[in-house]
Design a protein around this ligand. Structure first.
Ligand code: ADP
Ligand code: MG
Length: 691
């Protein structure tokens, strides 16, 4: 290591790297020495993690080490594949690759020592399809040397410039001295009290573990750090919200009782509980920042209507923002129906209104003539000005970013915020992602709800399904058919839905069928939804545009095509579109591309109607990256932290972060923390004030 090497030294100046490798490393997010130290191994090999081939069984996820006995390319039907037989002295296992055959052919040769990892299948003997594999060299074979070997994530770019696990070990070994200049951003007292190890030791041991104990301690410390910064971010966000004083909305108002009295149903106790929580919160002179979580169909809209009426009784205006026009329309109708009864004025603001109409609405909002405005993103446009916006509702909040929410909030003077979501986020995840918000949960369905009966069917049973749908329609009920995006053929969801629409028109002669999709004009969509709502259309064929929110109580059958392409939470949302009335309802999942994994996933839909259980499973199976939308998953782009299994560490990190945020809201006494937070989490700092 040269004398000047420090944590910020660009990686290209390090011995053994050079410009070409530096470019490849950059694609893996490694630009500096510091980035390299924080590029953690993805797995470790040692005697205790390696299984004998003799001991594995079908279905296991296992790591094995062995020698390639034979290997070669083969032609199977239309496809080329590559096979290698691995032996470890206790047994043999076949490795199969269908993709990237050319690459594998060059990478694997007879006699190679390989560490392989994957799911054991049985097909004329044990086999693994597309195993993870690492070539071992003699100094790095855990069986022979008794060491723990770190295996790094190796992308195709890295492999192209011949960076392998050994290269990482060598490069890091070469700059070993930088470990000595690592400063810990956590105070010693915290490290001791929380039984953590110093950052320096953790980084050393993550790359060069000497024992399983010190490796685990290193993992815990680095996991802690990742959770800690997110928790600190949340704690500071919460601080910032709490600092802003605002109008206390203390009156409950006579309107509220009138609305409740005229509903035709009794609010569930869960609905009453959350209404109470919200009222108590907005009665305080600081802005509410609350997330209302409730499964599809749990009745969040009426809660929003009632608390909106409370806000209006206190003389402020209310804005309600929904992610789609269809949903905004439907909310507008629901709000109007209830609010008209008590003479609260209500308007709709969406993108495609006529200029004159829009101008009239804007003037009325600005003049305070309208109490409640329901709309889409149209609400956050510049020309929308309120007289006295005091309360904001954001429905399906996961569809909006923090910035969009913020842009609506600044239209008032620190209005209270109620965000609503039907995505029941598992608890540990909620305290991270929504750690800055207070949480209200509707954990009970209206009593008249019958669980939707869910069935997985294969293509060959579709005739029976169609017959059943006909019977339902003849009994006066309605059906929805949803088509997903068809990725591999690059056929759009629109094309798939249009084709399905034609097919169904042939099958259901004499029955009225409509087609709705995202590319229709607003009035066209509205017209279709309206005729469906009025039962003039018996069957509605759709792309996933109907996913969120809409409420058609007479719809009793939801048929989802290519169900295996959807995430569980999405299926659950779609299923939530039926079962809203008194008729028994059905959700039919058509599975066309049958795989073990999708079978297992879909079976969960048959088993439960509980959104929390489903979200948990979804998260376990797909991981946070796919569970959340892109904007959200960026936030969770962790290297080592695991949102699903790190519960205790998350709580520990949360406690420490909250203490620090409370004692030092500007982080001036914690310069290292402040620096890293501002550097690495800049994009999430918009709503945080720490100066
Ligand atoms: P979500 O929580 O998914 O937004 P909605 O607010 O759309 O659910 O409510 C679904 C349906 O349930 C609506 O038709 C609504 O009128 C009805 N509903 C709400 N609360 C109750 C209740 N306590 N009892 C019976 N029906 C209710
Ligand atoms: Mg809703």
């Amino acid at each position: 290591m040269s004398a000047q090497t420090d944590l910020n030294t660009p990686i290209k100046y390090i011995k053994g790297v050079g410009p070409k490798r530096a470019t490849a490393l950059a694609t893996a997010g490694i630009d500096t020495v510091n980035d390299l130290l924080h590029y953690y191994p993805r797995r470790y090999l040692d005697r205790t993690t390696v299984k004998s081939i003799r001991d594995v069984k079908k279905g296991d996820q296992a790591t094995m080490v062995g020698t390639v006995e034979v290997c070669g390319e083969r032609q199977a039907r239309k496809r080329k594949l590559f096979q290698a037989v691995l032996s470890d002295g206790t047994g043999m296992i076949t490795l199969v690759w269908f993709n990237g055959v050319k690459y594998i052919k060059n990478a694997i040769q007879k006699g190679d020592r390989l560490a392989i990892h994957g799911k054991i299948e049985f097909y004329n003997g044990f086999q693994i399809v597309h195993p993870d594999f690492d070539k071992l060299d003699s100094d790095a074979d855990p069986i022979n040397t008794g060491t723990i070997i770190p295996l790094y994530p190796l992308s195709a770019e890295l492999k192209k410039v011949r960076i392998d696990h050994r290269s990482f070990r060598r490069i890091i070994k070469d700059i070993e001295n930088v470990f000595l200049i690592i400063k810990d951003h956590l105070e010693e007292s915290i490290i001791n009290e929380e039984k953590l190890i110093p950052l320096q030791t953790a980084l050393q041991h993550i790359h060069f573990p000497e024992s399983r104990e010190n490796l685990y301690a290193a993992i815990d410390r680095l996991k802690f750090d990742e959770h800690f910064y997110l928790q600190l971010l949340m704690a500071l966000r919460k601080n910032s919200y709490e600092k802003v004083g605002t109008n206390a909305l203390t009156k409950s108002g006579p309107q509220v009782e009138q609305i409740e009295g005229g509903l035709g149903f009794k609010l569930t106790s869960a609905q009453q509980k959350v209404i109470q929580e919200i009222r108590e919160d907005i009665a305080l002179p600081k802005a509410m920042n609350r997330l209302l979580q409730g499964d599809v169909g749990s009745g969040k809209t009426i809660v929003a209507i009632i608390v909106a009426a409370t806000a209006v009784a206190n003389g402020v205006q209310v804005a309600v923002m929904a992610p789609t026009e269809i949903l905004a329309h439907q909310h507008y109708e629901s709000f109007k129906k209830q609010l008209n009864k008590v003479h609260i004025s209500c308007a709709l603001l969406v993108g495609k209104q006529k200029a004159a109409e829009r101008k009239q609405i804007l003037t009325a909002i600005n003049g305070g003539k309208i109490d409640v405005v329901v709309g889409t993103h149209a609400l956050i446009q510049k020309d929308v000005e309120f007289k006295n916006l005091g309360f904001v509702v954001v429905d399906e909040q996961h569809r909006f970013g923090v910035v969009q929410r913020g842009n609506l909030l600044i239209k008032g003077l620190h209005p209270h915020l109620l965000a609503m979501t039907a995505t029941p986020i598992p608890r540990t995840m909620a305290i991270t992602y929504h750690g800055d918000m207070d949480l209200s949960i509707i954990d009970e369905m209206p009593k008249n709800r019958k669980p939707v009966i869910t069935k997985i069917v294969k293509e060959d049973r579709l005739q029976n399904v169609y017959k059943f749908i006909r019977e339902e329609v003849e009994a006066g009920r309605q059906c929805m058919v949803v088509y997903p995006l068809v990725e591999e053929t690059e056929k759009s969801d629109l094309a798939a839905a249009s084709e399905g629409y034609e097919l169904l028109q042939n099958i259901f002669k004499g029955i009225n069928i409509g087609l709705i999709h995202g590319r229709l004009k607003k009035d066209e969509k509205d017209a279709i939804m309206e005729s469906y709502a009025n039962n003039e259309l018996n069957i509605l064929v759709s792309t996933t545009v109907i996913e969120v929110g809409i409420d058609i109580p007479n719809a009793s059958v939801m048929l989802i095509e290519h169900a295996e392409r959807f995430g569980l939470t999405q299926l659950h949302q779609l299923r939530g579109r039926v079962g809203r009335g008194s008729a028994k309802s059905y959700c039919i999942l058509v599975e066309r591309n049958i795989r073990d994994a999708s079978r297992k996933r879909l079976a969960i839909m048959e088993k439960t109607n509980d959104g929390f259980v489903i979200a948990d499973e979804d998260l376990k199976m797909r991981g946070p990256g796919k569970f959340f939308s892109t904007e959200q998953s960026g936030f969770f782009k962790h290297k080592i932290a695991d949102m699903v299994t790190d519960g205790p560490i998350i709580r520990q990190a949360r406690k420490i972060a909250q203490n620090i945020a409370k004692a030092d809201a500007t982080l001036d006494d914690h310069p290292l923390l402040k620096e890293r937070l501002l550097k690495e989490y800049a994009q999430y700092m918009e709503t945080v004030t720490i100066s």
